[in-house]
Ligand binder design. Structure first.
Ligand SMILES: Nc1ncnc2c1ncn2[C@@H]1O[C@H](COP(=O)(O)OP(=O)(O)OP(=O)(O)O)[C@@H](O)[C@H]1O
Ligand SMILES: O=P(O)(O)OC[C@@]1(O)O[C@H](CO)[C@@H](O)[C@@H]1O
Length: 304
């Protein structure tokens, strides 16, 4: 079973504003509320792609109730730990460009941290745990490492979709999949990644540190896959980008969903990229039929 863990979920409040002006009264022409947080996005997309998951993490307050009700309506299984604090609201302001304001997240007490670790201890070598997104600022920065170490003891596969210190600290632990974008990968090694060749070079360094599959997404410039025996490049289909929120999470979902359906690594990589683009081309997360329509526009080539 695939479990997603969102330590810091959100409601994503999407505001479409025609020509945003800082310091002035702006009126949105359209707004949307979606449950958010990277692990929750992964769970929602996997459900649409036909794969069952269970969402873990912390939830609380009226915003937490909204998130849980939304997931219930979409028949997404979850076992969140309730906190007395309100789940954050992240503002996604879409105008000529995209501006995001993400909240710091709730305070998570030590007993609640222990409760989540207990859930992780129950996972087996048949399970996969997706650790996705930021840690609330109150949590120890090595919490992902604690979770990854428990998983290593039990043979549970770990997928990580995070950035900054949390990502840096995870390196050296056995990881099944890492999906940094090219900025996040560059930040890890203090370099600028501006070509697929550089993405491969630094992707290989992740493989040397114990990662099994690396996908480096480069927005509209395509994506690179680096594995132990295979390196590939995929273009992205052409289309109008409406919403990049959750596009990276959709790449993770598409890749994992295809592997669950026993596709090859190449096909899973193509499916991941198609899922990312299908999300980028619409307001909410992708639907299966959009993903499958885009598959034919994605060409995967071996590198070297
Ligand atoms: N301009 C684009 N055209 C087509 N597809 C795109 C475009 N930008 C992003 N995508 C799709 O979204 C995926 C993820 O994009 P990106 O590299 O920006 O990752 P990310 O920064 O992790 O995403 P997110 O915005 O969710 O944090 C890409 O691999 C691609 O499939
Ligand atoms: O603050 P974090 O945890 O880094 O990112 C949270 C977030 O921006 O990531 C998702 C998109 O990937 C959104 O649903 C959510 O608002």
């Amino acid at each position: 079973m695939i479990y997603t863990c969102t330590l810091n979920p959100s409601i994503d409040y999407i505001m479409n504003v025609e020509a945003f002006e800082a310091g002035a009264l702006n009126r949105a022409k359209e707004t949307f509320y979606y449950p958010g947080g990277k692990g929750i996005n992964v769970a929602r997309v996997m459900k649409r792609l036909g794969v069952k998951t269970k969402a873990l993490g912390y939830i609380g307050g009226f915003t937490g109730t909204f998130v849980q009700q939304f997931l219930n309506q979409e028949s997404i299984d979850h076992a969140f730990i309730e906190t007395s604090q309100t789940t954050r609201i992240n503002v996604k302001l879409k105008s000529n460009n995209e501006t995001e304001i993400n909240g710091p997240g709730a305070e998570i007490s030590e007993p609640l941290q222990e409760e989540l670790l207990e859930q992780v201890r129950k996972l087996s070598n048949k399970d996969t745990l997706v650790l996705a997104g930021s840690l609330p600022s109150s949590m120890p920065s090595d919490f992902y490492i604690t979770m990854a170490s428990i998983c290593a003891e039990n043979g549970t596969k770990v997928v990580a979709d995070t950035s900054g210190t949390a990502l840096e600290q995870l390196l050296g632990h056995p990881l099944f999949l890492l999906k940094p974008n090219h900025h996040e990968l560059g930040e890890l090694f203090n370099v600028e990644i501006d070509s697929k060749e550089k993405a491969v070079l630094y992707g290989r360094k992740l493989i040397q540190q114990g990662v099994e599959h690396v996908i480096v997404s480069m927005g509209g410039e395509g994506a690179v896959y680096v594995g132990r025996n295979q390196e590939m490049f995929a273009n992205v289909p052409k289309g109008h980008v409406k919403n990049s929120v959750g596009a990276g999470d959709s790449v993770v979902s598409g890749f994992l969903a295809a592997l669950e359906n026993e596709e090859t690594i190449e096909q899973a990589f193509r499916y991941g990229v198609a899922s990312g683009s299908a999300t980028a081309f619409q307001d909410d997360l992708c639907e299966k039929e959009d993903v499958e329509r885009l598959l034919t526009e994605i060409h995967v080539s071996n590198i070297n």
